[in-house]
Design a binder for this molecule. Sequence first.
Ligand SMILES: Cc1cc2nc3c(=O)[nH]c(=O)nc-3n(C[C@H](O)[C@H](O)[C@H](O)COP(=O)(O)OP(=O)(O)OC[C@H]3O[C@@H](n4cnc5c(N)ncnc54)[C@H](O)[C@@H]3O)c2cc1C
Length: 386
Amino acid sequence: MAEPTPRTPADELDSLRRTLRDFCDRELRPQARDRDRGEVYPTELIPQLAELGILGAGLPERLGGAGLAYDGYRVVVEEVGAADSSIRSLVSVNVGLVGKSIVAWGTDEQQERWVPGLCRGELGAFGLTEPAAGSNPQQMVTRAVQDADGWTIDGSKIFITNGSEGAVTMVFARAIVDGDDRGVTCFLVPQDSDGYTARKIHGKLGLRAGDTAEIALAGVRVERDAVLGEVGGGMKVALSALDNGRFSLSSGAVGLAREALEVSLRYAAEREQWGGAIASKQLVQELLAAIHVDVQAATGVLDLAEAKLHAGERATLEISTAKLFTTEASVRCADRAVQVHGGYGYVDEYPVQRLLRDARVTTLYEGTSQVQHLIIGRILTGISAF
Ligand SMILES: Cc1cc2nc3c(=O)[nH]c(=O)nc-3n(C[C@H](O)[C@H](O)[C@H](O)COP(=O)(O)OP(=O)(O)OC[C@H]3O[C@@H](n4cnc5c(N)ncnc54)[C@H](O)[C@@H]3O)c2cc1C
């Protein structure tokens, strides 16, 4: 059980939200369409994201982070997620999956070696998924063989966010010690290691500006102190990381759904048919109301997860519930937003088609919606149906 974390005063959260909104309006929204169209990685924005504390938002100040509590971190991710999900994904992985895991499981040396860099823009990646091990990571075949000086890692990973543009990857591999398989173990692997080769995956439906990489690991050498957590304790590290990652992802999904509502309200007020704004039509109002209800409900389930986290209590049930609901809601909201925009919603003059494409992956990664149902079902019944 973790220590309770005090909530951030409401006026500080408001001021944080305003700062983030200004930044997103000024720096992220204007070029989001072009980055999406051209699959352009936002290299030039990384220093600004670091400068504003976004890349270390939920990480401790002693390690260069902004030291925000869960509620403040949620505001940051929600605002970035409303503006550009490719960048939101980069932040969620860097902070939620990688930074928080190194803080939770790392030695003092590991924390000092990696976390300040993550906050400065030397990004982290989370390498769990393999070609033959997706929803069931226990099926992974990547191996790390121990010898007198350290470990040699061989295998491959797929769909790894920040996997080619980052500085470090949490590589999960089976630890082989004296010929025995000691189980899944997490290794901190510098991306410039000999034998680490990353190939960017192109042609994605959404998150087109994001770095999603396929990674080959061929005889990658790391020292003994590269193990994060315990040998054989990799699934514990992964599952705790995924709780943090899913909270972050849910915050981004709420931001995206809220954006769908805001742009739809604006468009419905401006667009005229039949001699008046389409906002005056009952069936358009039905679409807008349905988006609003989903945004409110998604905010509510995320509030429940946030409350548990602040209380320092185990929050896996609430986080999986939030992940399942907010991500499915974000897809529904973006789809309805396209409907409100009519034919104009189908082209990228308006942001709604990007919102729909970007929302779609959220029900797939960090555990599909089916996997979230199974986690929730297992906690409710005590029976695993995987
Ligand atoms: C853009 C993008 C970024 C990603 N980033 C990362 C990252 O940074 N790090 C990382 O490690 N991974 C990442 N992933 C991988 C992602 O987490 C996996 O794609 C996801 O976990 C699903 O695995 P899979 O694709 O192998 O699908 P599969 O596991 O093959 O699933 C296929 C279908 O079968 C269903 N299914 C599987 N098992 C069951 C079951 N027991 N009961 C019912 N249904 C089941 C699934 O729900 C799904 O509908 C990313 C993926 C994408 C697309």
